[in-house]
Design a protein around this ligand. Structure first.
Ligand SMILES: N[C@@H](CCC(=O)N[C@@H](CS)C(=O)NCC(=O)O)C(=O)O
Length: 214
C-alpha cells in the first residue's frame, strides 16, 4: 500500500518529508489538508496528530507525525540508503549532526527561514524584533558548521545523511532577505549549494505533489 502523507503542499515540514521520500525513491500520495478551513484543528485530525499540525503519515494504518520522525521511519525501512548509518560510530556522528540541526540550526536559521518564507508565500509580516536577534546567533553557529564542513563533505562524514537533508526546507529561505549568511563561508557555501541543487529538493519547488513513480 502506498504511503499516504496528510499534509499541505506548500508547507515546509511537508517538503522536508517529501524530499526524503524522493531521495529514497519511495512513492507517496499527498492528501491535501484544507488548512484554510482549519481541517487540521478538527477532532478527526487531532485524533491522528494531537497538536493540530501537518504533516502526518499513514502507512497502511500505522500513523506517525513529526516531519523528522516520518523521515527516520521511512529511511529505516530502506537501510541500504545509508541516510541513517548503521555502524555505531557512523550512527553516533549522524545523531550528533541531527542534534545540531534540531537544537542549533532550527531555533535560529529555521525560525528565520520560516518567517521569510511565510512572508513570501502568504504575505505574513516578518516580526523584525523577533527575527533580527536570530541572525547573529545563526552566523556564529555557521562558523562551527564551516569548521565541520572543512573536514568532511557532509555534516556526519563524507556520506549524505538525514541530518543534512533535515536542513532543507528552512535553510533555503534564510537568504530571502538578501542575507549572505549561507554563502559567505566557503565550506558552508559548497554544502548549501549542493543541498539546494538536489533534484529531490527542486522537484517540489512549486509545492509537494503525489509521486507514484520516479
Ligand atoms: N515539529 C513539527 C512541526 C509541524 C509544523 O510546524 N507544521 C506547520 C506547517 S510546516 C503547521 O501545521 N502549521 C499550522 C498550524 O500550526 O496551525 C514537524 O516537524 O512536523
Amino acid at each position: 500500500m502506498v504511503l499516504k502523507l496528510y499534509a499541505v503542499s506548500i508547507s515546509t515540514c511537508t517538503r522536508r518529508t517529501a524530499t526524503v521520500f524522493h531521495e529514497l525513491k519511495v512513492p507517496f500520495e499527498l492528501i491535501e489538508v484544507d488548512w484554510r478551513n482549519r481541517a487540521h484543528k478538527t477532532a478527526e485530525f487531532l485524533e491522528k496528530q494531537p497538536f493540530g499540525q501537518v504533516p502526518y503519515l499513514d502507512d497502511d494504518g500505522f500513523i506517525v507525525y513529526e516531519s523528522r520522525a516520518i523521515c527516520r521511519y521511512v529511511a529505516a525501512k530502506y537501510p541500504a540508503s545509508g541516510l541513517i548509518p548503521a555502524d555505531p560510530k557512523a550512527n553516533a556522528l549522524f545523531e550528533q549532526a541531527a542534534s545540531v540541526e534540531l537544537t542549533r540550526f532550527e531555533p535560529t536559521g529555521g525560525k528565520a527561514g520560516l518567517a521569510y518564507y511565510a512572508q513570501k508565500m502568504q504575505g505574513v509580516a516578518v516580526d523584525k524584533a523577533v527575527i533580527d536577534p536570530l541572525m547573529p546567533v545563526l552566523d556564529k553557529t555557521l562558523e562551527g558548521y564551516d569548521a565541520i564542513l572543512g573536514k568532511s563533505r557532509y555534516l556526519a562524514g563524507d556520506t549524505l545523511t538525514l541530518a543534512d537533508l533535515f536542513h532543507l526546507p528552512h535553510i533555503s529561505y534564510v537568504g530571502l532577505q538578501g542575507s549572505d549568511v549561507m554563502t559567505k563561508r566557503p565550506n558552508v557555501a559548497r554544502w548549501y549549494n549542493e543541498l539546494i541543487g538536489r533534484p529531490s529538493w527542486l522537484a517540489y519547488v512549486d509545492g509537494v505533489k503525489s509521486t507514484l513513480g520516479y
